[in-house]
Design a protein around this ligand. Structure first.
Ligand code: NAD
Ligand code: IPM
Ligand code: MN
Length: 375
């Protein structure tokens, strides 16, 4: 019996979580996955009511879960950072979720704003380092509020932290290549035996200490993966290239801050924030991993019942993959693919007029129909 901790959170978080968890309930029996949900009342409302962000005893309870599903945190009435750092970043760090895995995949039937690009060109995965860099919160103020104020926030990069993340990326490229060789490889590359590619995205031309460490580690780790082609892009060029030539990417490995930024761009390539999913992974399974849509609490549309639930549903698929129930993840992705490939309900972000629940129901019906077909 798997215990799934649920932090529905703020804004559209609870709206998309409800639908995604219904999909989990639907798929579970067909794959022999038994689970119980434990709901954690965390987020802006609790903070405003009690002044508590994440009490230690609640964190201890979360640690006992097999995995965590998070809707979104962030509340217009709470100062920026209180909930984001106090809940999300705290859990990512405390549970050693050092990989933030963010697939960027365009599904047939979804429009990308990128001209002349389709599902064949947009299928990459970003491995975002998730425990270091500017996110550590190393720094502070002196003379705050005066005209001589100094604010410092330091990027922390450790050999251990960088290496484990890069190794994860190479292993992922290997697995992807085994399933289907990377289509962006040239004939000559294939002839040399390459099956996949990892692109390091950094800024070695400016961050000559921190990203020198990244580059050296990348080069050293690559030796253990002779069938994986290596590539390097400065982050600014990567932003350009993700738009003009997304087919050049298979697996991208990058720092926490850059990964945050390029995955919102990645979300747009795959059809918008409403479709982008993520997993904060503790690959060793020592601590629970946490799955969440890439998007936030979307205060501009919260309460209207029109948030796209697909990012959250895809995140549930990633949760099942991580718990070794990949058959369930595949079933969920197939059901969503079916909904997206055929005319049917769409939330307004995808140009439709349907509600969160209507799209969720369409996915649930597709699950059911796919199952009936294979029975
Ligand atoms: P956001 O992702 O919440 O919203 C950006 C835009 O995308 C908005 O126009 C929103 O309407 C749209 N959008 C987001 N999710 C959508 C969905 N499911 N369906 C349709 N449209 C969707 O980012 P923001 O506005 O920068 O941040 C809002 C709050 O969320 C802030 O407090 C921020 O700190 C927080 N945040 C939290 C997380 C998280 O919990 N993982 C992630 C990002 C931002
Ligand atoms: C994300 C979010 C978070 C981040 C914020 C809310 C702390 O933007 O998950 O991408 O920067 O990691
Ligand atoms: Mn982000």
């Amino acid at each position: 019996m798997a215990t799934i901790g649920v932090i529905a959170g703020d804004g559209v978080g609870p709206e998309v979580a409800r639908v995604a968890l219904a999909v989990l309930d639907d798929v579970a029996p067909s794959i022999g996955f038994r689970h119980e949900l434990v709901h954690f009342d965390l987020g802006g409302e609790r903070f405003l009511r009690t002044g508590e962000v994440l009490p230690d005893r609640v964190q201890d309870e979360l640690q006992k879960c097999d995995a965590i599903f998070l809707g979104a945190v962030g509340h217009p009435a709470v100062a920026p950072g209180v909930l984001e750092k106090g809940i999300l970043l705290r859990l990512r760090f405390a549970f050693h979720q050092y990989v933030n895995l963010r697939p960027v995949r365009l599904y047939p039937g979804v429009e990308t704003p990128i001209k002349n690009k389709g599902p064949e060109q947009i299928d990459m995965v970003v491995v975002r380092e998730n425990n270091e860099d500017l996110y550590v919160g190393a720094g502070g103020f002196t003379r705050k509020g005066t005209s001589e104020e100094v604010a410092i926030q330091t990027s922390i990069n450790t050999r251990v932290g960088v290496e484990r993340c890069i190794r994860y990326a190479f292993n992922l490229a290997r697995t992807r290549g085994e399933a289907r060789p990377f289509r962006g490889l040239s004939e000559a590359d294939r002839g040399q035996g390459f099956t996949g590619q990892v692109t390091l995205v950094a800024k070695t031309n400016v961050l000559t200490f921190a990203h020198d460490l990244w580059m050296r580690t990348f080069t050293e780790v690559a030796v253990d993966y002779p069938e994986i082609k290596t590539d390097y892009n400065h982050v600014d060029a990567c932003c350009m290239r993700m738009v003009v030539a997304p087919e050049r990417y298979d697996v991208i490995v990058t720092t926490n801050m850059f990964g945050d930024i390029i995955t919102d761009l990645g979300a747009v390539l795959q059809g918008g924030m409403g479709l982008a999913s993520s997993g904060n992974l503790n690959p060793e399974h020592v601590f629970p991993s946490m799955f969440e849509p890439v998007h936030g609490s979307a205060p501009d549309i919260a309460g209207q019942g029109i948030a796209n639930p697909i990012a959250a549903i895809f995140s549930i698929a990633m949760l099942l993959d991580h718990l070794n129930f990949g058959a369930g993840g595949d079933k969920i992705r197939a059901a969503v693919a079916k909904v997206l490939a055929t005319p049917g309900p769409r939330t307004p972000d995808l140009g439709g007029k349907s509600s969160t629940t209507e799209v969720g129901n369409a996915v649930r019906q597709a699950l059911e129909a796919n199952d009936a077909r294979t029975r």
